[in-house]
Write a protein that binds this ligand. Structure first.
Ligand code: G3P
Length: 215
């Protein structure tokens, strides 16, 4: 399973990249806005870290604009995946961009049928937002189960990228279902690394080690 950071912070990306556990990065307009810097500068800095997959979202809402933006973003760096919203214009843009060899991440997916359509037009990734479904009293993780089943039924090569992940149990459940990727905020990835019993156990081992005769 691939683990992505959902951030536009180069500092956060560098930290997890150095741990060796990071496979990619997803950004969106809200995350880029937090950085207070030009989009292209942020993207170039992230790509230079070496992360092999960096999703960058278009902001045009019509097909032509999405395609033009997608081509421009893709030209910035070979690691860029173009993120396109799940709308009729987005489906048309995905078909065109994917046909040219651009890897497209179809985002803002909230139903299994939307995910089916994204796969049909050649998306490289589909991004269902599970936390936002939970916020609406729907069980977000159930959507992942449905999408994984459908993609397996028809052997679609589109990878399921679980987004809007809010806590480690989301990651655990996505892994149990067999989702390809989970993208998460830095704070969630940090929690995957840590366990209080690891820290307590290590402190005890080090304390006991002091009693071992040396030299
Ligand atoms: O990148 C999109 C998605 O992960 C956003 O998550 O927490 O704003 O619903 P959230």
């Amino acid at each position: 399973m691939k683990l992505f950071l959902d951030t536009a912070s180069a500092k956060e990306i560098r930290t997890m990249w150095e741990l060796g556990i990071l496979d990619g990065v997803t950004t969106n307009p809200s995350l880029v806005a937090k950085e207070g810097r030009r989009f292209d500068d942020v993207l170039r800095e992230i790509c230079a870290i070496g992360v092999p997959s960096v999703s960058a979202e278009v902001v045009a809402t019509e097909t032509d604009g999405m395609v033009a933006e997608g081509r421009r973003l893709r030209a910035i760096h070979p690691s860029i995946y173009v993120k396109v919203p799940m709308t009729p214009a987005g489906l048309r843009a995905t078909k065109i961009l994917a046909g040219e060899g651009t890897r497209v991440n179809v985002t803002l997916v909230f139903s299994a049928n939307q995910a089916l359509l994204a796969a049909k037009v050649g998306a490289a990734y589909v991004s269902p937002f599970i936390g936002r479904l939970d916020d609406q009293s729907e069980v977000g993780i159930d959507l992942i189960r449905d999408i994984v089943t459908i993609y397996r039924n028809y052997r679609f090569s589109t990878e399921v990228l679980v987004a809007s992940v809010r806590h480690p149990v989301h990651v655990l459940e996505a892994a149990q279902i067999g989702a390809d990727i989970a993208t998460m905020p830095y704070a969630v990835m940090e929690k995957l690394v840590q366990h209080p019993l690891t820290e307590i156990g290590l402190a005890r081992f080090l304390k006991d080690w002091e009693k071992v005769p040396k030299g």
